[in-house]
Design a protein around this ligand. Structure first.
Ligand code: ADP
Ligand code: ADP
Length: 229
């Protein structure tokens, strides 16, 4: 499973300011769709609507052909994993932060779960050992290290639908390239929505939509969109 569709979705946080003005797209099970657009275009809003943090004022959102208003919050959370832009870490070990929601899991259990989820390169994503303390709000880790913990935490849940919300934006370019590579292999096996600022970071998406002024302004592959510029 894991097909996601937006049909003519209209949404605004405030009554007189529409953020999404009839947005439609569909991503089939196992496909990767990238959502690109300027800051404030509504990219993260799409992720929040998928989790039903808010409901749209118009249109429909479907997962596996079922309206998400019919799906329980619990199943939505099992179905969709997000690597958010800003990760909140607990003042505990890396292992605890990755296994969050899996009470009392040991390093061995985490590693076994990672293997069960067939996450290639999972261990390589970890900045340091499982026992390393991250400190208050993760301040003992760099932005890139925190991001890797966040990615590992989400991958461990093995969700059918994965949302990467500018997941590598905090990383230096060398680490970004290495993690991008791992993420692409992971994305190849499940439905993935990649949220990005720049077209150049989503070369391998099956399809890209460009959001602008509340609408899907362009749709195509990376090469098709480049040719239009
Ligand atoms: P993007 O991810 O493309 O940068 P967002 O989806 O985060 O954009 O935001 C789209 C627009 O919605 C922005 O203008 C932003 O200021 C506004 N916005 C986001 N969250 C809220 C909120 N909770 N209340 C009101 N406006 C919001
Ligand atoms: P879970 O309950 O699935 O174990 P968490 O309790 O860590 O996950 O987070 C609650 C839910 O909110 C999760 O599905 C998580 O992926 C999602 N979430 C966390 N941060 C964001 C965000 N910035 N935008 C949208 N969804 C988010």
């Amino acid at each position: 499973g894991g097909a996601v569709a937006f049909e003519n979705v209209v949404f605004g946080y405030e009554p007189d300011r529409t953020i999404l003005n009839g947005v439609s797209f569909a991503v089939g099970a196992g496909e990767t769709l990238a959502i690109v657009g300027p800051s404030g275009a509504g990219k993260s809003t799409i992720a929040r609507l998928l989790f039903r943090f808010y409901d749209p004022q118009g249109g429909r959102i479907l997962i596996d052909d079922q309206g998400i208003s019919q799906v329980t919050q619990k199943s939505l959370r099992a179905e969709i994993g997000i690597v958010p832009q800003d990760t909140v870490l607990f003042n505990d070990s890396i292992g605890y932060n990755i296994a969050y929601g899996r009470e009392g899991a040991s390093a061995e259990e985490i590693a076994a779960a990672a293997e069960g989820a067939a996450i290639d390169g999972f261990i390589a994503l970890l900045p340091q050992g499982y026992d390393t303390e991250v400190g208050e709000r993760g301040l003992k880790l760099s932005g890139g290290e925190k991001q890797r913990v966040a990615i590992a935490r989400t991958l461990l849940k093995n969700p059918p639908v994965l949302i990467l919300d500018e997941a590598t934006s905090a990383l230096d370019s060398r680490t970004e390239a290495a993690i991008q590579d791992t993420l692409e292999r992971i994305a190849a096996r499940r439905t993935t929505l990649v949220i990005a600022h720049r077209l150049s970071t989503v070369t391998n998406a099956d399809r890209i939509i460009v959001l602008d002024k509340g609408r899907v302004a362009e749709t195509g592959t990376h090469d098709q969109l480049l040719a239009m510029r």
